[in-house]
Design a protein around this ligand. Structure first.
Ligand code: NAD
Ligand code: MG
Length: 380
């Protein structure tokens, strides 16, 4: 039986991972970790009987420990707890479904411990890809993409020589504000930005999709996962979200993966790779779809995407600044402390002020994250 642990088990990707586990019935869940939703975590503990479960806050962990005292699950907390779940002895795969660059340390520790990573947590790869990819290679660990676009690229690469890849065609839905201009976005409220046309996801990534910062993070994610230059990753707006991404080869052939928008497919593919399994759900009906549309992304309106290309191209610590500034700006927007258009403004301001460090260590990355937060907070 395959054994896994899940960081971020109560979120959108985490709960869908557990649905895949439930539907297949042949994966054992060894460890779970969540931020603060202890009600759902308790339910998960009772259903999946993990050996360990981590909750971020000490107080919540204490409370949960009492509530699940009748089970065999050990409750732990904080960064230590996350790392403990990440490196559990018998697990083969760690699913990183936690949101934000808080995932860096547990991911690095899991790789050191030889765990394959089913990676949803793109922020970690964006900021620490230069540490993670070489480490994974050294320890023989596979980084299996869960992000739907990267899973599509990974699927489109199967059976082909990587050296014949010409470019990656990363598709984007364009989000809820596709076709709008800056002046249309002045008064965007949280509720408007949380309405994604095709996918139901956590709040942070839904806002990122609306600003196209998510696509920017994905460009950098692709650079690390597939060892390509960011300029060889071309974003193609495909509003129906049916083509999940494509690879163009030297001979001009383009290979794509298509499907209905359902994250369980990439999650299941990562968990069972290279095996394909039955997955319940709707199938594509091309007679009904009729046509697919394609557009060029509007990088003037959604200039967060342009900034991501710049951060990805210059590399070093700049992607950390890009990501950290976005993480804080989005949380401020969600708390209604920043306006919608300020998200990209804040990212740009932090990037302009930053002195790039070429090969930042883990400590430097975390310092730059803190410095970026300080800069934003001190200017308000
Ligand atoms: P979400 O907000 O729904 O869930 C986040 C999870 O992380 C929750 O379980 C939360 O409890 C946990 N978490 C947050 N802070 C924590 C902490 N300090 N300690 C422990 N756990 C903590 O987010 P999501 O939409 O599931 O996204 C998760 C990751 O997957 C993100 O990096 C996102 O970019 C990526 N992703 C998501 C989707 C999607 O469809 N939702 C698609 C592609 C990639
Ligand atoms: Mg994606």
């Amino acid at each position: 039986m395959k054994k896994i642990a899940v960081l971020g088990s109560t979120g959108s990707i985490g709960t869908q991972t557990l649905e895949v586990v439930r539907e297949n019935g042949d994966i054992q869940v060894m460890g779970l970790a969540a931020g603060s939703n202890t009600d759902l975590l308790e339910k998960q503990i009772r259903e999946f009987h993990p050996v360990k479960a981590a909750v971020w806050s000490k107080e919540k962990a204490k409370e949960l420990r009492v509530r699940v005292a009748d089970t065999d699950t050990e409750i732990i907390s904080g960064m230590e707890g996350l790392i403990e779940v990440a490196v559990m002895e018998d697990t083969q795969i760690l699913v990183t479904a936690i949101v934000g660059m808080i995932g860096i340390r547990p991911t690095i520790e899991a790789i050191k411990a030889g765990k394959d990573i089913a990676l949803a947590n793109k922020e970690t790869l964006v900021t620490a890809g230069h540490l993670i990819m070489p480490l994974a290679e050294k320890t023989g660990v596979s980084i299996l993409p869960v992000d739907s676009e990267h899973s599509a690229i990974f699927q489109s690469l199967q059976g082909n020589d990587r050296r014949t890849v010409k470019k990656i065609l990363l598709t984007a839905s364009g989000g809820p504000f596709r076709g709008k201009k800056q002046e249309d976005l002045l008064e965007i409220r949280v509720e408007d930005a949380l309405k994604h046309p095709n996918w139901s996801m956590g709040a942070k990534i839904t806002i990122d999709s609306s600003t196209m910062v998510n696509k920017g993070l994905e460009v950098i994610e692709a650079k690390w996962l597939f060892d390509v230059e960011v300029d060889d990753v071309q974003v193609v707006v495909q509003p129906q979200s049916i083509i999940h991404s494509m690879v163009e080869y030297e001979d001009g052939a383009v290979i794509a993966q298509l499907g209905t928008p359902d994250m369980k497919l990439p999650i299941q593919y990562a968990l069972y790779y290279p095996e394909r399994r039955y997955l319940p759900g709707e199938r594509l009906d091309f007679w009904n779809i009729g046509k697919l549309d394609f557009e060029k992304p509007d990088m003037e309106t959604f200039y967060g995407l342009k900034l991501a290309y710049e951060a990805g191209k210059r590399g070093g610590s700049l992607p950390t600044v890009f990501n950290a500034a976005n993480e804080l700006a989005v949380s401020m927007f969600l708390r209604r402390e920043a306006k919608y258009l300020e998200i990209s403004e804040i990212i740009e301001d932090c990037m302009m002020a930053h002195k790039n460090i070429e090969n930042p260590t883990l400590e430097q990355i975390l310092e730059i994250e803190a410095e970026t937060y300080e800069r934003i907070n001190s200017r308000r």
